[in-house]
Design a protein around this ligand. Structure first.
Ligand code: ADP
Ligand code: NA
Length: 304
């Protein structure tokens, strides 16, 4: 499939500490590392490693992270012509991991916050993908820019996969009848105001989100798998693959990117949901984020 991803690129700065510093205190990290990330970039890489032809639309700063953020995409054969340089810093996430595994995260939108609706128009005008290709978008860019990405997709007759993460209030009228909304359990809970903890509550949440007008809602449930409610295909419950989890970072991004790359938008989505579930399972067996996103052949081997 041909895919356009409009979304975020972030540099994750990860430090492993015994305890968090108090105000004015300095602590030593046992280890520290830089990892390229951002939901947009992760989903683009997942789709490209699965074999999709992917164009990324996003923004980086004029700092030392701009090069590595672009190169991580290029290494996965994602086209970065639509990654626009901005004055200021790239998106960053400062992550401390304590001995007990707890994370504390400070996010700076940086260039992601400067991606404009006009940037999306200009970048998408150069993307040759035909009617029926897919647009994948999340909410780590400004709301009006998300809105414009949806508008461009509708004009071009691209299928929309909107990962409503982080959660912003959804509006009736933004979504077309063929569009897909994808959320995890906590996002589904926040959007519906009802706890989503299992397959049944996820099915109910998906049905409520269908009232915003999409053709399908996907709710992922971590180790419980996922539930899809589709106007055309009904309710599909996809159990997770049984694996020993090592690091669930990027599981949701892998799931969505691979689903976007595998589904043609016409036949039943269920086989593609199975493929996405297998790819996400492989991702959770490995530590790290972008580096744990599997290649197509690994997914096929796992499935057979
Ligand atoms: P997010 O990363 O957005 O929170 P989830 O945690 O819901 O997303 O995971 C997305 C998908 O990844 C799930 O639907 C499931 O198929 C797979 N997955 C997540 N955690 C596990 C796990 N512990 N074991 C197997 N598969 C998992
Ligand atoms: Na997760």
């Amino acid at each position: 499939m041909d895919i356009t991803v409009v979304g975020s690129l972030n540099m994750d700065i990860v430090a492993v500490v015994n305890h968090m510093p108090q105000a004015g205190e300095t602590v030593k990290a046992a280890q520290a590392a830089l990892h390229t990330g951002g939901k947009g970039a992760n989903q683009a890489i997942a789709a490209a490693r699965y074999g999709g032809r992917v164009c990324m639309v996003g923004a980086v700063g004029n700092d030392t992270f701009a090069g590595p953020l672009r190169e991580a995409l290029e290494a996965a054969h994602v086209d970065v012509a639509g990654v626009i340089p901005k004055d200021g810093s790239s998106g960053m996430a400062l992550i401390t991991v304590e001995a007990d595994g707890q994370n504390r995260i400070v996010v700076c939108d940086g260039a992601n916050g400067l991606l404009t609706p006009a940037d999306v128009d200009h970048a998408c005008a150069k993307i040759p993908w035909p009617i029926g290709s897919a647009l994948v978008v999340q909410n780590e860019i400004p709301r009006e820019t998300v809105r414009q990405a949806l508008t461009v997709a509708h004009q071009r007759q691209w299928r929309v996969l909107w990962n409503v993460a982080p959660v912003v209030p959804m509006e009736v009228g933004w979504l077309g009848r063929d569009d897909i909304v994808a959320v995890n359990e906590s996002e589904a809970s926040r959007l519906t105001g009802k706890d989503v903890v299992d397959v049944e509550s996820a099915r109910l949440a998906a049905q409520r989100l269908m009232e915003f007008g999409p053709g399908m809602v996907l709710v992922t449930l971590g180790a419980l798998g996922s539930v899809a409610v589709s106007r055309e295909w009904g309710t599909m419950v996809i159990p997770a693959r049984e694996v020993i989890p090592v690091d669930t970072t990027a599981a949701g991004d892998t799931f969505l990117g691979v689903f976007a790359a595998d589904w043609d938008g016409v036949s039943s989505p269920e086989p593609s949901l199975q493929v996405a579930t297998a790819a996400a399972a492989l991702c959770v067996t490995r530590s790290g984020a972008q580096n744990s996103i599997p290649q197509r052949q690994e997914v096929i081997t796992f499935l057979t």
